[in-house]
Each structure stands twice: as C-alpha cells, then as structure tokens.
Design a protein around this ligand. Structure first.
Ligand code: AMP
Length: 316
C-alpha cells in the first residue's frame, strides 16, 4: 500500500514518528526516533560530530518508493555500522528518458514509516538544489572505461555519468565508512566501485543480494506501476535467468540468449533490450561457457512501458 496524498499531508501523517533536525527532542525519550535532514550542511555537522566520537557510518542511497529490497540494505547496514543513513533522492541526472523521471513513483510518507519502523537512524531527503546548488550539468566526466557503453550504458546513454555525479555528491556529504548497494543493479555496483577508486574515497562498497517476490520477480520501485497480471508475467525474467543458469554448459551461449529473448517476447513482454551472458567483472560478452570465466546473465526488458532489469550469477 502507498499513499497518494500530497507531500504536505504525508508530512502531517508521519510527523509524530520522526524527529526533524532542529527539533528539541523526542516526545518519547527512550524510543528510537529517526532524524530527518533536508539540508546537506546540517547533516554534515551531525555526521562530523559522530565520526569524532568514533562512530562508523553506513549509507544506503535510494530513490525512494521503498520495498523489502531497500530495507534489507538498511538491515545489513545496521549489522555493520553504528549509524545507518538512508537517502531518498530521485536523481534527475541519471534519467535519460524524461518520461521515466516524471513517472518515477514517489511514496515518501510510506517510506518514512518503513525506515523508522525498521530502525534506520537518519533519513537524508534533500531537494534538487541541495545536491546540485550550481545546477545539474556536470563539469566532471568520469572515466569509467568500456563498461560505460555496455548493456545499461548502451541503452541508457549518460545514465552512469548521472549515477556517478550523484553518488560523488552524496559520498562527499555523508562520508560513509560503508556503502550498501544492491546486486539487482549489477552494472551500477561495478560502476560505483570504479567511481570510488577514481575519486579515492575511503569507503567500503558492500553488495547485498537481490530481494525477490515469491514468483522470483526482483523487487523494484518500478513494480508499483505494474498490474497484478503484469507482475505475474514479469516473473518470466527470473524464469529465464534461472533457465540460463541451469543450462549454461548444455547449450551454446548465443542459443541460450536467443531462447530467453524469444520466450519473453512470446510471453507478453513488449520489448527486450538485451539478454546477455557476460564476464562477471568486466561485463564483456562471454562467448563460450567452456572458457571457465565467472559469468553473469543480465536481462533488460519491457512489460508495457515499464523497463525492468535483473541478473543472476551463473558461473563463479
Ligand atoms: P533504487 O532506489 O532503485 O535506486 O535502489 C537503491 C538501492 O537499493 C540500490 O543499491 C539498488 O541496487 C538496491 N535495490 C533495489 N532493488 C533491490 C532488491 N530487489 N534487492 C536488493 N537491493 C535492491
């Protein structure tokens, strides 16, 4: 369930559950209360103080419309860090399709309740000008190498530059010890690890496994836009990843890729951007399973106008 209330009404609904930075204190002194920051400067101060006293910071960046997958990252962070900070920011610079940006689900009231009830310590919920005070065009080009133009990079030109732009900004504000990312966005994890190397930040990137519905469908904020029937159909992606994994050594790689793409198209998918079997580190195509390289299968496909991605490690 999610609220379709206006932002103002959502605040009213969640206000009693959280402490907004600047509040005098909790109404229930001993009760854990999440603190909400909207300004980068005040969040930085808060983090600075906590780091001085030796606290380890875990960071879970998200675009909101939270689900169990996001919450599993919060859980991992809580297990490893003293303070868990989640951010909700729908980053305009990583959307190559403006319609996708406009339609991105926003459920902030529900998100706040979920984070608070799952023991998140801090929510950073900035406006666009907080993250991009000088505007959204970037003076920096991140040298990501060949991975930038493969798969997601090929179908969403500029996407990973936008991801790096926002993650760079967020890392400089939050200065976390641990950064939690989902394997669901496999290529993004590789890109962010590369970014951390490029900008030399002392943060450990931790990858969390993909949280799925019982049908196998990977949880995603975009699933909110699917009907029940479309959700059933969308589980075909997982089915094909599983098929590829189970048949990896039995059939030639191109045959497996073709079979999966065909299956999706003949089972109600509107379009398949790619079915790819790739090297698990470089994402370069794997041509033969007998090469014994670590491999991952990745799929991007549309149910209606909703683009879904998923992946599975098929050889370790
Ligand atoms: P997003 O809000 O989609 O940008 O995702 C925020 C973080 O949650 C990213 O690191 C994603 O990879 C991760 N994530 C998204 N979906 C899942 C999932 N089903 N299981 C685990 N992590 C996920």
């Amino acid at each position: 369930m999610f609220y379709s209330l206006t932002l103002k009404k959502e605040w009213a609904k969640v206000r009693k559950f959280i402490r907004i930075n600047g509040d005098k204190g909790s109404r229930q002194a001993n009760h854990h209360q999440m603190i909400l920051f909207k300004e980068a400067a005040t969040l930085k101060k808060y983090i600075g103080k906590n780091k001085e006293s030796g606290k380890k910071i875990g960071f879970v960046p998200t675009m909101g419309a939270l689900h169990q997958g996001h919450l599993s990252l919060v859980e991992s962070s809580k297990g490893k860090s003293d303070i868990t900070i989640c951010s909700i920011f729908v980053n305009p610079t990583q959307f190559n399709d403006p319609k996708d940006f406009e339609k991105y689900p926003v459920t902030i009231g529900n998100d706040i309740l979920l984070l608070e009830s799952n023991g998140c310590d801090v929510l950073f919920f900035p406006a666009v000008h907080e993250i991009y005070p000088a505007g959204t065009s970037s003076p920096i080009h991140y040298n990501l190498g060949s991975i930038e133009n493969l798969l997601e990079g090929k179908y969403r030109p500029g996407h990973f530059q936008g991801v790096c732009q926002v993650v760079h900004k967020l890392l400089d504000i939050v200065t976390p010890d641990f950064l939690f990312m989902g394997q669901k966005d496999y290529q993004q994890v590789i890109v962010v690890k590369r970014l951390v190397e490029l900008i030399q930040r002392p943060v450990q990137v931790i990858t969390a496994s993909t949280f799925r519905e019982t049908t196998g469908l990977a949880m995603s904020s975009r699933n909110l836009r699917l009907s029940e029937e479309q959700k059933q159909l969308a589980a075909g992606i997982y089915k094909m990843l599983d098929y590829i994994k189970n048949n990896y050594t039995a059939f030639p790689v191109p045959d497996l890729e073709k079979h999966a793409a065909n299956y999706l198209i003949t089972h109600g998918f509107a379009k398949v951007d790619y079915v790819a079997i790739a090297n698990a580190e470089t994402l370069q195509p794997v041509t033969d399973s007998r090469n014994n390289e670590a491999a991952v299968a990745l799929i991007a496909a549309f149910v209606g106008d909703i683009r879904l991605i998923d992946n599975m490690i098929i050889a370790g």
